[in-house]
Design a binder for this molecule. Sequence first.
Ligand code: SPV
Ligand code: MG
Length: 540
Amino acid sequence: MINTSMIRQTTQLKHLLQSKELTFLMEAHNGISAKIVEEAGFQGIWGSGLTISASLGVRDNNEASWTQVLEVLEFISDATSLPILLDGDTGYGNFNNARRLIHKLEQRGIAGVCIEDKVFPKTNSFIGGEQQPLADINEFSGKIKACKDSQTDPDFQVVARVEAFIAGWGLDEVLRRAHAYQEAGADAVLIHSKITTADQITRFMKAWDQSCPVVIVPTKYYQTSTATFQDLGISTVIWANHLLRTAVTAMQETAKQIYGKKSLVGVERQVASVDEIFRLQQTDELKEAEKAYLPISESAKAIILAASRGSKFGQLTKDMPKTMLKYDGQSLLERQVEIFRRCRIKDIHVVLGYKADTVEVDGINRIINKPWEKGGIASSLYAAVDKLNGPVIISFGDILFEEQVLNDLLDTTEDIVLAVDVSWTNGRKPEREIDAVLGTMPPSERYGASRCIPLDRIGTDVDHNQAHGEWIGLMKVSSRGTRQIRDFLESYYADRTRQKINTTMVDVIKALKEREIPVHVNYFRGHWLDVDGPEDLAAS
Ligand code: SPV
Ligand code: MG
């Protein structure tokens, strides 16, 4: 099979028109219908004058100006990689207007145009066709020649549409015109017919010398079998208006139903899901691009691990988890969420466990970790495993930190970075159990931030006399880092019994280091609080 994406659309359309196989073009009238045509498997698009004008709510009488048609075409062309044959009506004027049209179509990546031998402003062929005047044969031949002479891509296709059958003329006139236009340079002729059988087309094909390919639009003689067209030697069949017509029927039905029932209940299952619309719009591509091009704070999500009760708080956490304890009138969770938002992180996921239903904070996505009590905090992160993609800030639900601590962390470029306070001994109770950190280099004595030092050791077992600081329960992880953490969690929890083993985030960090995944520490001084017992709240 030929990889058509490497071939210019003009050349693709030329091959389709010239191929011995019957080709089918499906109409599109906007970007989304073009995508649908492409996904269905068609090899080319008919930019229908009827359906573009109808979708704009106007008549097929050149009521939409040609530059308005160009605007629609631009969306169609952006939405698809298929070659597009525009129904260019009469060329929107004389030869001069038509050749300027060619220029503009080439600029927009349109593969070809079909021009009909009527007079501007045209009327749709199915409306009073016999009364419609035809263009003078010489004038129209000159228009075709002007189009061919003005194209810059040698494969741009100009199809001449013969309207003589539509206007009530006989076969001789149709043949005379078809030959004249082919001699003027047309790459193909479109023979239009509005009768309900293929008789006119059959008679034409029997008399035609095949000097150029023939295109047809069997809207009215739809009952004729496709095999007949193939046998007659037709090159291309245009399904000219069926996506618009199907959409109109569906829209009328849905509008009627919703209006009548004053409810969406009945229709929800009959209509495309909103997710399907997002898929057609390629929403995921934008998400990926945001990861690549936006500063991390605008694309990062936050995962707050807030499942535990905090039993040291006794009665205070009888009816709510620790994260809902109030510090200076506002819960720890609300404070964190506010800091994340101020740092432009809006996609916030909170893993809850103990008394999860008492947690009410606007704008968060709640994730429940059922085995929170036995599994430890790593099991909470695992509960959010499907959020582990793209950059992530992971934080414990019982800490408070100021904006600058998070901004500092967001500014780092390494993949997995722990926020480590170097002023950790200041005014803290010595018996407190902390995640002490030893970096591969000490922080500067005189200047707090020696950025992103590789981690040497971490844990409650690190000798406090040697430690450089304390990990505060806040870490930044890049897209690559989240993949590494997700891989670890998935292999670790493949053994389901591990959900009952108390596994800490420090255990996870140690396991990453064992896998030789680099973990860094970002030193900073103060401006945070670990709410460990009632006395920390009292300090407020
Ligand atoms: C169109 O699709 O706009 C056409 C085909 O020109 S027809 O409506 O049959 O004239
Ligand atoms: Mg048309």
